[in-house]
Design a protein around this ligand. Structure first.
Ligand SMILES: *[C@@H]1O[C@H](CO)[C@@H](O)[C@H](O)[C@H]1NC(C)=O
Length: 320
């Protein structure tokens, strides 16, 4: 009896191993002889493994089907090449200093050339419409510039004359009343009109009133886009300006949608997202924004100096 028991149990063990019953496997179940089914019987663990295996197989088959139907868009590789010739209309009080800073840093990093004025941080001082000669006469412009990002009163045809053929053009806009409130404080418009509040100033001055310093005032984006003073109340001229801008700029960012705008910008220029990281530059302090206290915001030149690390050497020269 004893040897038989031993040999039987050895046989059971051997067949059990073969069927994988001891580990709860079910894959080899059909290979088990009917008489030994009790050894290879379904265990709860086996059932779970089987279910998971079928689910995985089904999943793989589904993925295979998706692959053969073409890659999903998020798997497509970005095949564009980075734009190195870029012109930006720097509109007043539209977060454009932050954008300018992005362009300066990128140009500095990639050893590009900048369109820079003879002195100051404007082409034409803000009053005069841009002319190619303003770039060409500058001692900083010995070669064709790659980056145009300095304040000016926009003149597309003239900017095109100084930039390479494959230049891409973009600008940034902001809701006009918020812009004017910011500008009113920033340029001390009320103060310089004899100490007027914003309300008083708006009541007393028509839309085509003379501009502070000859260039700052109502509808600043319209002015920056090239509108002459005599057309500031001409709706036909305004519509034409918008239509022209639409044709000239490949991308228009929106200051109120900065995050989305920056992602679009990186995409438009085919740059890395890390290239469009920003600092908040030259913005109203929060207490001024809330209406507490008078505005003493940082002038443009100082805000540029605060980020000296990122400013090309030639720009630093004209701020000294
Ligand atoms: C308004 O602008 C249009 C388009 O530029 C021009 O033809 C028209 O003469 C202007 N009207 C006035 C009153 O200046």
């Amino acid at each position: 009896m004893r040897p038989k028991v031993i040999s039987d149990s050895l046989k059971d063990v051997a067949e059990g191993e073969q069927c994988g019953a001891g580990k709860g496997w079910t894959m080899s179940l059909p290979r088990c002889p009917m008489v030994r089914l009790r050894v290879c019987r379904f265990t709860f663990r086996g059932l779970v493994f089987f279910t998971v295996a079928v689910a995985l197989l089904y999943g793989f088959l589904l993925m295979d089907g998706a692959r053969s139907a073409g890659k999903p868009p998020w798997l497509e590789l970005n095949t564009c090449s980075p734009r190195n010739n870029v012109a930006f209309l720097k509109t007043h009080k539209c977060a454009s200093s932050a954008i300018q800073n992005i362009l300066f840093r990128y140009g500095d990093k990639h050893n590009l050339h900048f369109a820079l004025p003879v002195t100051g941080n404007y082409f034409g001082g803000g009053r005069h419409i841009f002319e190619a000669g303003m770039v060409r006469s500058s001692p900083f412009n010995k070669v064709t510039p790659n980056i145009f990002a300095i304040h000016t009163k926009w003149n597309y045809e003239e900017v095109k004359k100084v930039m390479p053929e494959d230049t891409v053009y973009f600008t940034i806009v902001r809701e006009p009343t918020a812009l004017f409130q910011s500008l009113f404080d920033y340029a001390s418009i009320g103060e310089r009109a004899g100490g007027l509040t914003l309300d008083e100033y708006v009541r007393r001055n028509p839309i085509d009133a003379s501009r502070t310093d000859g260039y700052v005032g109502y509808n600043q984006m319209t002015w920056d886009l090239g509108m002459p003073l005599e057309d500031m109340s001409n709706l036909t001229a305004a519509r034409e300006l918008v239509r022209r801008a639409d044709a000239q700029f490949g991308l228009v960012l929106v200051a109120e949608r900065m995050d989305e705008s920056l992602v679009l910008l990186a995409n438009y220029l085919c740059w890395e997202l890390r290239d469009v990281l920003v600092l908040r530059v030259n913005s109203l302090r929060d207490e001024v924004r809330r209406g507490e206290g008078r505005g003493h915001t940082v002038p443009v030149s100082h805000s540029l100096l605060q980020v000296t690390h990122f400013v090309p050497p030639a720009v630093q020269v004209f701020h000294q």
